[in-house]
Design a protein. Structure first.
Length: 635
């Protein structure tokens, strides 16, 4: 018996040595580029769950670093996809050399490396679906279930209050909200709410988009109750704390026009209530005991509250019992679409949690007018009057549908005289990418970008729009807009015809006297290294501007020659590029149109910005009814 065991042991060791030798002979780069599907009869779903596409480091061996060239090659390797599917990749191969011109754009290299992993995952899923490997449960999984509009857990007795996690499958988008009902409890009553993303392979913990920390008995800095907001990433650790009440209220800024910290927090309730009733008087934490005034704080140990975290355009807002308390501006690469989980922990009894307004895709099988929403096919022989590129992010499903149902229904678009495409980067979430891929196949109006979609990289989309408008199609004019902008197509075309300039044209809301934001807290902060001059050259605001074909072609040419300055403010970047063209002899016509509104809507608009799906449909209905260019309410 002992000899038999010994023989098995020797054989096992021999097999391990053979396997190890085979792995050593197989370079990591070759393994990464190889088609990621099993050749035996094992369940590919089990294999996919075990597969973690490497980014910077191979998770199997943290000491092995995958070269950037290998990752980029995987993005542009040949894939087994149909001609129909290739329609969403018409600009993809034109962007092979983005990495060569990444200077000046924050996190550009990381965004491409991250894209390599998620792209392999998406292509694996596409191939798996084609091979019919989806099991019964996956086939029955509806789109609404993959990206639900709302999530809730209402029975507090079932919740693990010490460390509760709510999974958010498809991230958050503007207008999404998370409402908590709970009671600070335990010895201290301190609790934390974290909006977390997904960790990259090899990272110890996921990034924290918002860390909301309530300290009822203060901390090392103060003995008074305080709310501390922050963010965290494995690369940069914790950011700068934002405290409410703030030790320096005079330095606070507005986020979505709301105070970073409501001035009532930490102030005497007696002063706040002078001469008028207030709903805060019903709270035991806010009444007077004797002559000593109480300071207002929205949370109190042992007393229930209703708190709502809401996603805005510039940051995340917190209201408690209907009163605005704090705002937290988004930080670089920590944007709401990244959120995959809400974690609640500390001395806290959670009664219920509800996430609503979540991004969810349309079920195309139940759309009656599907053919009317599909993009008309492009004709290589027919020149376009206008090509429009629309900035969008992967989980903005509802916004894209609103655009399809409204101004993309103008006769000029349906006839093919004007073409419209959404330019969308990849998402870190596999489900979102799968939904996006299916949407692209269904409607034929999406152009995927070979990088993860961070705000700081939108200039790459501007370049892609110029490429599409000149290299993929031949358009007389090229326009850039956003998925929350309503474009009066007829009036844009009429304005271009009235102007009559076919060369050297920049048409839009022109800003001729703007300066770089030097405040590091600003979303639009520009360092002297990025732009040393005191002012910018003239540029047109991003919600809607048009350039003539020669300018778009020059942008593409300058990029090929490595002379295109990459600048993270895409609309300003276009102004900078045009200024360089002027130095080379181009005569430029700057055509200003004050009816292009950068913020909100005003009657007689040409472009109205910051319009949600409901406002878009309302604006379109007014035009169809003959009411005219009338707004549907202010932002």
């Amino acid at each position: 018996m002992k000899k038999w065991y010994g023989g098995v042991l020797v054989a096992s060791l021999f097999m391990l040595l053979v396997l190890r030798y085979g792995m050593m002979k197989d370079p990591i780069g070759e393994r990464y580029l190889r088609t990621p599907f099993p050749t035996n009869n094992t369940n590919p779903l089990e294999w996919l769950r075990a597969f973690s596409p490497p980014t910077v480091q191979n998770p199997e061996n943290a000491s092995q670093v995958i070269p950037t060239e290998i990752i980029i090659s995987s993005l542009f390797a040949q894939r087994n996809i149909s001609n129909e599917e290739r329609q969403s990749l018409l600009t993809w191969n034109h962007l092979k050399h983005l990495m060569d011109h990444a200077q000046g754009l924050p996190n550009a290299v990381e965004a491409i490396k991250e894209a390599g992993g998620v792209w392999n995952n998406l292509m694996a899923s596409v191939e798996e679906s084609k091979l019919g490997y989806l099991n019964e449960s996956s086939q029955g999984r509806g789109k609404e279930k993959q990206c639900p509009y709302f999530l809730n857990k209402m029975n507090g007795t079932e919740l693990d209050n010490s460390d509760y996690k709510l999974q958010v499958p498809c991230g958050l988008t503007q207008g999404s909200s998370i409402t908590l009902i709970g009671i600070p409890s335990g010895i201290l009553g301190n609790f934390r709410i974290d909006l977390r993303g997904e960790p990259l392979p090899g990272e110890p913990d996921p990034p924290i988009i918002l860390h909301y920390n309530v300290r009822l008995h203060g901390d090392k800095i103060t003995e008074d109750p305080v709310i501390v907001q922050n963010s965290w990433t494995a690369t940069h650790d914790w950011g700068d704390e934002e405290r409410c009440p703030s030790p320096n209220p005079e330095k606070e800024k507005k986020v979505d026009e709301l105070d970073q910290c409501n001035k009532i927090v930490g102030n005497d309730v007696q002063l706040l209530m002078a001469g008028k009733p207030s709903n805060i008087s019903r709270r035991p934490s806010m009444v007077q005991y004797g002559s000593k005034p109480k300071k207002y704080f929205p949370f109190k140990q042992g007393y229930p509250f209703v708190a709502t975290i809401r996603v805005g355009s510039e940051g995340i807002q917190m209201t408690v019992d209907g009163k605005h308390i704090t705002s937290f501006a988004y930080r670089e690469t920590l944007e709401p679409w990244l959120v995959s989980e809400v974690k609640i922990s500390g001395d806290f009894k959670l009664i219920s949690v509800l996430a609503s307004g979540l991004p969810t895709s349309e079920d195309s099988e139940h759309i009656i007018d599907l053919e009317a929403l599909k993009s008309p096919p492009l004709s290589p022989q027919k020149a376009l009057d206008l090509f429009i590129g629309v900035f969008s992010t992967a989980n903005n499903f509802k916004r894209r549908m609103a655009v399809r149902r409204t101004w993309m229904q103008y006769p000029a678009v349906r006839s093919g005289a004007v073409a419209v495409r959404f330019f969308v980067g990849l998402h870190k979430n596999k489900i979102v990418n799968e939904e996006l891929w299916n949407e692209a196949k269904t409607y034929g109006d999406i152009q995927l970008m070979p990088f993860v979609d961070y705000y700081g990289l939108i200039t790459w989309k501007t370049l892609a729009i110029c490429i599409f408008g000149t290299e993929v199609v031949s358009a007389k004019y090229v326009m850039k807009t956003d998925d929350d902008a309503f474009v009066r197509m007829d009036e844009v075309l009429a304005s271009l015809q009235r102007i009559g300039a076919t060369r050297g044209l920049l048409y839009g809301l022109i800003n001729s006297d703007s300066r770089p934001h030097r405040n590091t807290d600003s979303k639009w902060f520009i360092s002297p290294e990025e732009w040393p001059e005191e002012t910018y050259p003239p540029w047109a605001h991003g919600p809607g501007y048009v350039v003539s074909r020669d300018i778009a072609k020059a942008v593409v040419k300058m990029n090929k020659e490595g002379r295109l300055k990459m600048f993270k403010l895409e609309d300003v970047a276009m102004g900078i590029w045009i200024a360089e063209m002027k130095k080379e002899g181009l005569k430029v016509s700057y055509e200003n149109d004050v009816r292009i509104y950068n913020e909100g809507c005003k009657d007689d608009y040409v472009v109205a910005h910051y319009q949600g799906p409901r406002e878009m449909l309302c604006l379109w209905q007014k035009l169809q009814e003959g009411t005219g260019a009338k707004c549907c309410g202010q932002r």
